[in-house]
Ligand binder design. Structure first.
Ligand code: CA
Length: 242
């Protein structure tokens, strides 16, 4: 059973969401403040965090940014702030999805299911992408200038020059998609569709913000090329095998 944390200071919303998710078969713990959520997260890793933005003891965006420095827990922001800028801010801070109040419980459950499905099965994704010989399951190495990246889809692990890189689940999905399509230009719309189930073109900036964060984490090497006005291309070359 998946464990979901929800941080929301409004008791009516917090309890409403908790009851609805429990009815849908999830185990749910609710927190009224960032402080209590932080304490719980230090001892338990939930499968998903549903995070309000405006809380009495701080800002949910900042909280998740800090959380993702040491954790890859998927996050759905739940907030009264709407508008594209706020959505982009949410995604910049590592959101897997973003839901605006008021929302229907049914919509929330559908989004929770989608995020958990995408986040939970790297090995399943790997199997579906593997060739008949299963070669795709093994670790791959890419070179860009003097950077050396290893990408292990099966173990869900990325290193750059030997150091592990902590990616959020959203960043992981984008990098995985780019590598699967190495040397092919991927339009932003395709990245959003395949990684987030988003089809609205107004959200294309979200792809840009994730790529920006991904690049910052992968060091000063040209792994990913920007194709202006269009999309992105993974251009690092595979390490030659002798
Ligand atoms: Ca609030």
């Amino acid at each position: 059973m998946s464990l979901i944390f929800i941080t929301e200071d409004e008791a009516v919303i917090r309890e409403g969401v908790r009851k609805y998710l429990e009815k849908s078969g999830y185990s749910v713990l609710g927190f009224e403040t960032l402080k209590s959520a932080r304490e719980a997260l230090s001892v338990t890793k939930p499968d998903l965090l549903i995070q309000d933005v405006m809380l009495p003891d701080g800002d949910g965006f900042e909280f998740v940014k800090e959380l993702h420095e040491s954790s890859d827990i998927p996050v759905i922001f739940m907030t009264a702030l709407s508008g594209e800028d706020n959505k982009v801010t949410g995604f910049e801070n590592g959101a897997d999805d973003y839901i605006t109040k008021p929302f229907s419980p049914k919509e929330l459950v559908l989004r929770v299911q989608a995020v958990l499905r995408r986040a939970s099965s790297p090995s399943k994704n790997a199997a579906s992408g593997a060739g008949a010989n299963g070669a795709d399951l093994s670790e791959r190495t890419f070179i860009a200038e003097d950077g050396r990246m290893t990408f292990n889809r099966y173990e869900h692990k990325v290193t750059v020059n030997g150091a592990a890189v902590a990616l959020t689940s959203a960043e992981w999905r984008i990098l995985d998609l780019l590598i699967k399509n190495a040397m092919v230009v991927l339009p932003r719309a395709q990245i959003l569709k395949e990684c987030f189930d988003y089809t609205e073109l107004s959200y294309e900036r979200i792809a840009d913000t994730h790529i920006k964060n991904l690049r910052a984490k992968l060091g000063p090497y040209p792994w990913i090329e920007t194709v202006r006005g269009y999309g992105y291309k993974f251009i690092a070359h595979p390490e030659s095998v002798n």
